[in-house]
Design a protein around this ligand. Structure first.
Ligand SMILES: Cc1cn([C@H]2C[C@H](O)[C@@H](COP(=O)(O)OP(=O)(O)O[C@H]3O[C@@H](C)C(=O)[C@@H](O)[C@H]3O)O2)c(=O)[nH]c1=O
Length: 183
């Protein structure tokens, strides 16, 4: 049976799938609607995303103000520090973050329910993320929050003095206090 660990942010869950290894290699169930539902992780998923990033690339923090997406995230190559920020306006944990290293080696997955902003820092070259989403990409509803917002205070594992490689929209993103969030 897989291990599912609750985090301090209600609804955000860390999953360690049961991995079978033998002389041929490995096998694990990356998604199983029935057993994940036992842990309150539910689709349906309507979109799978796959991205590749060099070491030091930071993407995020992203969310959709309408059609919010739940995301089931894993790394299939390399390693990433994956972060979720609770931006559910009325949640006691509003503005709090959680981060976890996901790697092809540790096989961990993160379930980020709708209502969170998501981002990650690639820790190795050629890091590839795969994530299933519960709603469709809607660029008109997409919003960003600044990765380094001091009020959130994410402890990104960056080398001292290193500047992450980012898209302009992420670099110029607003602080959480100035961003539109969910009610
Ligand atoms: C996210 C997304 C992007 N695109 C296109 C738009 C753009 O031309 C190109 C690259 O998009 P972005 O720069 O937004 O890609 P990226 O910065 O990787 O965006 C992703 O970041 C992580 C942190 C998330 O949580 C995702 O939901 C998503 O927002 O791909 C799609 O066609 N479908 C999609 O679902």
């Amino acid at each position: 049976m897989r291990v599912v660990v609750d985090t301090p942010l209600p609804g955000l869950k860390l999953i360690e799938p049961r991995r079978f290894e033998d002389a041929r290699g490995f096998f694990f169930e990356a998604w199983n609607a029935r057993s994940f539902a036992e842990h309150d992780i539910r689709g349906p998923f309507v979109q799978d995303n796959h991205s590749g990033s060099a070491k030091g690339v930071l993407r995020g923090l992203h969310y959709q103000i309408a059609q919010p997406q739940g995301k089931l995230v894993r790394v299939v190559r390399g390693a990433a520090f994956d972060v979720a920020v609770d931006i559910r306006k009325n949640a006691p944990s509003f503005g709090r973050w959680a981060g976890i290293e996901l790697s092809a080696q540790n096989g961990r997955m993160l379930w980020i329910p709708p209502g969170f902003a998501h981002g990650f820092l690639s820790l190795e070259d050629d890091t590839e993320l795969l994530y299933k989403c519960t709603d469709f990409y809607a660029p008109e509803h997409e919003r960003c929050i600044l990765w380094s917002d001091p009020e959130i205070g994410i402890a990104w594992p960056l080398d001292a003095g290193a500047r992450p490689l980012m898209a302009a929209k992420d670099r110029d993103a607003p602080l959480l206090r100035d961003a539109e969030v969910f009610v």
